[in-house]
Design a protein around this ligand. Sequence first.
Ligand code: FE
Ligand code: FE
Ligand code: ZN
Length: 292
Amino acid sequence: MSSEPHSAPDILLGANVSVAKTGLLAAVEETISYGANTYMIYTRSNRGGKARPITEFHRDEALALMREHQIVDPVVHLSYLVNLASPKPDTWEYGRMVLQEEIERVEYLGFRYIVFHPGSHVGEGETYAIARIAEALNDILTGSERLTLCLETMAGDGSKVGNSLEEIADIISRVRHADKLGVCIDTCHNYSYGYDVVHDFDGFLQKFDQVIGLERLKVVHINDSKYPIGARKDRHANVGEGTLGLAALRYIVHHEALRGIPQILETPGGKYKEEIDLLLGRSTQDANTGVS
Ligand code: FE
Ligand code: FE
Ligand code: ZN
């Protein structure tokens, strides 16, 4: 990994890793085993229940190990159970509470990014949903947060909102402390919704810049897809085994505009090391030397 002055920022590539048992320490050890230099975690179960105390995540040991292995800018993904667009008051309130709590937890870890799904309107329509999400964010954000909340672009399945870049921009425009908001793109979602990131990723980035502003792009999810463009289905495939294909994903991972931005695999089980090696064009044998 180069740290010479004037060199371009590194490609940051990692995976969604587990915090089972030893918390952050497990996440970092798993990341090291992939020869990766960033990662993503969920700090609480997507099945609900009380969150494990963040003080039990072995933060200090994990941060020391990260420094040693030059692992940077990890991302936290908010629980799937949060729906800030929900028309049900108790669901909306639960989401508001969990996000508020998550901000404190992640600030304790010292990380810079929380990624979350904007929400699902469950029949009330997009206009309602967008207003409701903005209301939650206006309730939560004080302006003194030390992290960025990243709205993830979705695949257009079910009644999800935040599928188009315009919808994301609309939400952001309604939030008072919008300087605390960023965006996470997801190659599977974007393609499935209808953006041709396979043949024209540059065009997609250009559109992103026009509609949202590239400075808001903070996190990228790198996934292949089981469905063709426009299918509006959220089904991730392993790298090179789906409709996007290895060449397109490699092009995206190596894109100059994404240097220094954490890129995270959320592909089906057990192949992260292989996939990271493939994307970086690295042979499996020298993978332990880290991303270079
Ligand atoms: Fe997500
Ligand atoms: Fe994603
Ligand atoms: Zn997805």
